[in-house]
Design a protein around this ligand. Structure first.
Ligand code: BG6
Length: 476
């Protein structure tokens, strides 16, 4: 029995354009969703689609506009990844950089060139690019003009964007994901999918209709990717984390199963090719009628994904009965407090074994290769007077998760493509807009209000992760 990660295991790190790239008005880029999501008390209302960004105060601060300016630090940042020995880098492209409004007939050459330079630099450094096509990021024009994914027009706009990048990066990029955390649409509709809920709209109806359009777009993108280059591998991507029942009361167990299904719904369609029976019944019960075009169901059935990617930060806990005062924060998803788990400074529970459980649950369900494309600890770092950053807490978190990941691969036989911890370099937090919620192996000198030099420096975890990669996960 082999107890090692496979030799071709993809160790790396992940980021997304909307949280690291900046350069919001550079190179002909159009305004995108993240550019209008502010820092502060209005962030949540805007992200959840309850507040229209056009009614924000004029002095609002938008942290994603400059972020950590990877746009201006690209070569330096690739050099840091190369120094750690990355085998792959998961990043997203900004749709509005390539099609500023989403409706142009031809792509913006400057936008394509930016990603071409990044991809070429990665390949020169033997780093496999792993691209998220849409990560909380789309041209705001599509939102304001068509209501985003409420409209089928956006499917065509998305496919035009996909075609442009599949053709341009043919032979250079092989791993793609159609949508980041597609289930986020249900929880933060504006951030997840550019959806604003207008007065009088049935929220659930709107969200499931939009989801249908995204699912069709994802299947058609999969078709296109395979036609353009049969070597392309397309993944779906889920904000994962198994739900546990609060007690062994069968009602709690049932509730946990149902909660999991709310999220699995999306990737059940993307991976198995059809609306699952439980979803059809749910929609029926809620009186939700999804408008479909003839052929939609065939498209979903025929063009399923090659692999299943997911983010994992924590497991979740749920009860069928109300449990007073026992709720805790988590990656947007509400969860009860699990007395067996510690929490991060932001209240996110820490559950390495939950990663093994989640990996097994997903692999059992789909029997397709899986890819952990996000995992990590958001924490405050202190820069010592000599400039060093001793982030042992981050090392401890990642070590424990990698140990469990190793068990899932080596003891349970899960087929895992790779591991890309989130925010390998500090970036803007998606949920809070803070810079002080840091995930990186690399520190970036920038604070929550946008002050700082943007200088990069290596944390203790940088050297630790380098050794992890060098030893293919043996030295933890
Ligand atoms: C995931 C997202 O939900 O969690 C990332 O895909 C996000 O974009 C990450 O940054 C961590 O969440 P947060 O809120 O701490 O940035």
């Amino acid at each position: 029995m082999t107890l090692k990660f496979p030799d071709n295991f993809l160790w790396g790190g992940a980021t997304a354009a909307n949280q690291c790239e900046g350069g919001w008005d550079q190179g002909g880029k159009g305004l995108s969703v993240v550019d209008v999501v502010p820092w502060g008390e209005n962030r949540r209302p805007v992200m959840s689609g309850k507040m229209d960004y056009r009614s924000l105060p004029a002095d609002s601060y938008y942290p994603g506009r400059v972020a950590i300016d990877m746009y201006g630090h690209m070569k330096e940042d690739v050099a840091l990844m190369a120094e750690m020995g990355f085998k792959c880098y998961r990043f997203s492209m900004s749709w509005a950089r390539i099609f500023p409004t989403g409706m142009e007939a031809v792509p913006n050459e400057a936008g394509l060139r930016f990603y071409e330079e990044l991809i070429d630099e990665l390949i020169r450094n033997h780093i496999e690019p792993v691209v998220t096509i849409c990560h909380f990021d789309m041209p705001i024009y599509l939102v304001d003009t068509y209501g985003s994914w409420k409209s089928r027009t956006v499917i065509d706009a998305y496919l035009k964007y996909c075609q442009a990048i599949f053709e341009r990066f043919k032979g250079k990029v092989h791993y793609w994901m159609t949508f980041n955390e597609i289930n986020m649409l249900m929880h933060l509709p504006f951030m997840g999918a550019g959806i604003r809920i207008e007065a009088g709209e049935n929220k659930e109806q709107v969200k499931y209709q939009a989801a249908h359009h995204e699912l069709v777009a994802s299947a058609l993108a999969t078709k296109l990717a395979h036609e353009i280059d049969p070597e392309n591998k397309i993944g779906c991507m889920l904000a994962a984390g198994q739900f546990y029942p609060y007690t062994c009361d069968p009602d709690d167990v049932l509730q946990a199963m149902q909660k999991d299904r709310e999220n699995y719904f999306f990737i059940d369609v993307q991976s198995r090719g059809e609306y699952p029976c439980y979803a059809k019944k749910y929609l029926e019960r809620q009186g939700i009628k999804i408008e479909m075009e003839p052929g939609d169901l065939d498209i979903l059935k025929t063009y399923t994904v090659d692999y299943v990617a997911f983010s994992y930060y924590a497991s979740r806990l749920t009860s069928a009965k109300p449990v007073d005062g026992a709720e805790t924060a988590g990656n947007v998803f509400k969860s009860l407090k699990n007395p067996y788990l510690k929490v991060s400074e932001w209240g996110w529970q820490i559950d390495p074994v939950g990663l093994r459980i989640t990996m097994n649950a997903i692999y059992d369900r789909y029997q397709k290769p899986i890819f952990i494309v996000e995992n990590g600890l958001g924490a405050k770092d202190t820069v010592q007077p000599d400039g060093t950053i001793e982030d042992d807490y981050r090392i401890e978190y990642l070590r424990a998760h990698i140990q469990e990941m190793k068990k899932a691969v080596c003891e349970d036989g899960v087929d895992l493509i790779g591991y890309t911890p989130w925010g390998w370099i500090d970036l803007v937090s998606a949920s809070t807009g803070e810079m002080s919620k840091r995930y990186g192996f690399v520190y970036v000198d920038r604070d929550d209000a946008g002050n700082g030099t943007l200088a990069r420096s290596r944390k203790k975890s940088f050297y630790w992760y380098k050794k992890v990669i060098e030893s293919n996960g043996e030295t933890l």
